[in-house]
Write a protein that binds this ligand. Structure first.
Ligand code: ZN
Ligand code: FE
Length: 258
């Protein structure tokens, strides 16, 4: 298994990215080092790399403890986070390459939740780690950018191949889908995903991953062209125009209060 989720805090996910060739692994977004190190041991792996998506504590809070436990660990950090990634050793920017054993990942700059938020895309694994930017059926709050910034960042992720698996930073899926249904109550793909998610969550299973292709079918923040979604928003705000960024901003504003 190439990607192993490790639950963190109340609803965060860290992920072990495993290079089967060398049994080396990296960890995306470590909040609690003890749980991550236990998973590394349990699977007989060697942790070499830390891959933070952004500087918020629930994504980097375990970095210092990891480095204490494993001296020499490589800790990547986005230049746009201006040194706020604890224990950072290597600065990266949009378009740069990260390494985990023989695996190679591409850094994609996706600002808006934070100015330096990045995703890691591993073509060999057909997987992207999206942190708090693209969630399953949702997106992150726009803390440091503008609505336009988030629209552009989401578009970069949506441009990845449809088969790309999406591994996000939080288990927010069920609530995201409930919100999405308020905007597109007759979207069948959305209704199906909601039923599926309720069932697997009731069984205590994780809702990750989805795929980029699936997200385009039910994620309201990737569906600003949907006539039903637009009509729902215009019913609430008749002054709302057809501008895609304005549509996105209205949906994001409603979700902030949902
Ligand atoms: Zn965050
Ligand atoms: Fe977070």
């Amino acid at each position: 298994m190439a990607i192993i989720p490790v639950p963190q805090l109340s609803d965060n996910y860290a992920y072990l990215v495993v290079d089967d060739a060398t049994r080396e692994c990296g960890v995306v977004d470590c909040a609690e080092a003890d749980k991550v190190l236990a998973a590394v041991r349990q699977h007989g792996l060697k942790l070499t790399t830390v891959l933070p998506t952004h500087y918020h504590f629930d994504h980097v809070g375990g970095n210092e403890d990891l480095v204490k436990a494993i001296p020499g660990l490589r800790v990547y950090g986005a230049r746009g986070e201006h040194g706020r990634i604890p224990a950072q050793t290597d600065e990266v920017d949009d378009g740069d390459t990260v390494a985990v054993g023989t695996l190679r990942g591409r850094v994609i700059g996706i600002p808006a939740h934070t100015n330096g938020h990045i995703a890691y895309y591993f073509p060999q694994l057909e997987a992207v780690f999206t942190g708090d930017t693209l969630f399953i059926a949702g997106c992150g709050r726009v803390f440091e950018g503008k609505a336009q910034t988030m629209v552009e960042s989401l578009a970069k992720l949506a441009a990845l191949p449809d088969t790309t698996q999406v591994y996000c930073g939080h288990e927010y899926t069920e609530k995201n889908l409930r919100f999405a249904l308020t905007l597109e109550p007759s979207n069948q793909a959305l209704k199906d995903k909601y039923e599926w998610t309720r069932q697997i969550r009731a069984e205590g299973k994780y809702s990750i991953p989805s795929t980029i292709g699936q997200e385009k079918q039910f994620n309201p923040f990737l569906r600003t062209d949907s006539p039903e979604l637009r009509a729902s928003l215009k019913k609430l705000d008749p002054a709302l125009g057809d501008d895609r960024v304005a549509i996105f901003a209205k949906a994001r504003e409603l979700k902030d209060r949902f």
